[in-house]
Design a protein around this ligand. Structure first.
Ligand code: ADP
Ligand code: ARG
Length: 354
């Protein structure tokens, strides 16, 4: 039995344990159609489904082996994209970052009662390179080199330094992870999608001197561009992100699809690739029986405070926009802003009831 067939069998035999979008949309007929197909980057259906077949609790369960995989394996990717991003048609608007001088929002928590910190990130992929399963060590090192060259063009508040993972001490690495700045290599879901191949080669992190503008190199995506700061000033975080991104775009060419927007390794990130989050203190609302449902209705996603698949601590949650495709960047930020404002109202209501 081939690797792909073996993986597919695990998925089909998984029973109630597995409720992933992959299981729903990779029917036997679709699998048969693709089991011997390769993308122009050499990507296979086995590359795409390995993580989801080994981690049956995955919600989505599929990754793109490379930028070509979305169209090559369209019968499985397209319905998953529609269902995850809640869109009827696979169309993504042109990038729109809004009028930075007239955003119409500012600090979501001016009295500092609820929000510990605010962060916005986007993912970007270098045009012409595969995603983790189809990237070689040489590719990773090359991508790191072109990224570092571009980072040198950042000026003023955005200027900073690149720290490759190779060469960092274990203590430095631990501290950066604890402070919510650095990524780790301990998520088996990403590991089984080839996310940690050749680790730590080609990986590293860039910081501006004030640690408010950051770039992750070769974590899940080739680039994760991040703006973050203490408190709830969403406007400042957004303005900084757009400024940094615009500067980097002058030097780098990013993979972009006419129908899907910016291309990323995971289909859940496609389109705007944008996740705007707050670390927010909601001890009452988070205990409410309908908390998850309330978030879902507001198109928000709750996470723990050490990132995806982590737990909350002391009633502090990471709350962010869930949808990234079929809306513009500024609409995704506004969706998160409206949702967080509502979450604060609900938390206030529950507090006064006590
Ligand atoms: P991503 O946002 O890149 O999808 P994660 O959910 O794993 O990935 O989060 C990455 C890191 O960013 C984690 O250390 C997490 O605690 C931190 N983080 C996310 N949102 C915030 C925030 N609003 N304030 C501070 N740290 C945050
Ligand atoms: N593959 C995992 C799942 O399907 C994670 C999906 C979203 N997270 C991510 N880091 N891309 O549940």
């Amino acid at each position: 039995m081939s690797a792909a067939e073996d993986l597919f069998k695990r998925l089909r035999n998984s029973g109630d344990e597995c409720k992933s979008l992959l299981k729903k949309h990779l029917t036997p007929a679709v699998f048969e159609k693709y089991k011997n197909v390769k993308t122009v980057f050499g990507g296979t259906i086995a590359h795409c489904i390995a993580s989801g077949c080994l981690h049956l609790k995955s919600h989505c369960g599929i990754y793109a082996s490379d930028p070509d995989a979305y169209d090559t394996f369209s019968d499985v990717f397209y319905p998953i994209l529609k269902e995850y991003h809640k869109v009827d048609k696979l169309e993504h608007p042109k990038p729109d970052f809004g009028d930075l001088n007239n955003l119409g929002f500012g600090d979501l928590d001016p009295k500092n009662e609820f929000i510990n910190s605010t962060r916005i990130r986007v993912g970007r992929s270098h045009a012409g390179y595969g995603f983790p399963p189809t990237s070689s060590k040489q590719d990773r090192l090359e991508m790191e080199r072109i990224t570092v060259d571009a980072l040198r063009t950042l000026r003023g508040d955005l200027a900073g330094k690149y720290f490759p993972l190779q060469g960092m001490t274990a203590a430095e690495e631990k501290q950066l992870v604890q402070d919510h700045f650095l990524f780790r290599n301990d998520d088996p879901v990403l590991g089984d999608a080839n996310g940690y191949d050749d680790w730590p080669a080609g990986r590293g992190i860039f910081f501006s001197h004030n640690k408010r503008f950051l770039v992750w190199v070769n974590e899940e995506d080739h680039l994760r561009i991040i703006s973050m700061q203490p408190g709830g000033n969403l406007a400042e975080v957004w303005q900084r992100l757009v400024k940094g991104l615009t500067t980097l775009e002058k030097k780098l060419t990013f993979a972009h699809h006419p129908k899907f927007g910016y291309l990323t390794f995971c289909p859940t990130n496609l389109g705007t690739t944008l996740r705007a989050s707050v670390h927010i203190r909601i001890p009452n609302l988070s205990k409410h029986k309908d908390f998850k449902e309330i978030c879902e209705k507001l198109n928000l996603q709750p996470r723990g405070i050490h990132g995806e698949h982590s737990d909350s601590e002391g009633g502090v949650y990471d709350i962010s926009n869930k949808r990234r495709m079929g809306l513009t960047e500024i609409e995704a930020v506004q969706e998160m802003r409206r949702g967080v404002e509502r979450i604060i109202e609900l938390e206030k209501g529950l507090k006064t009831q006590k």
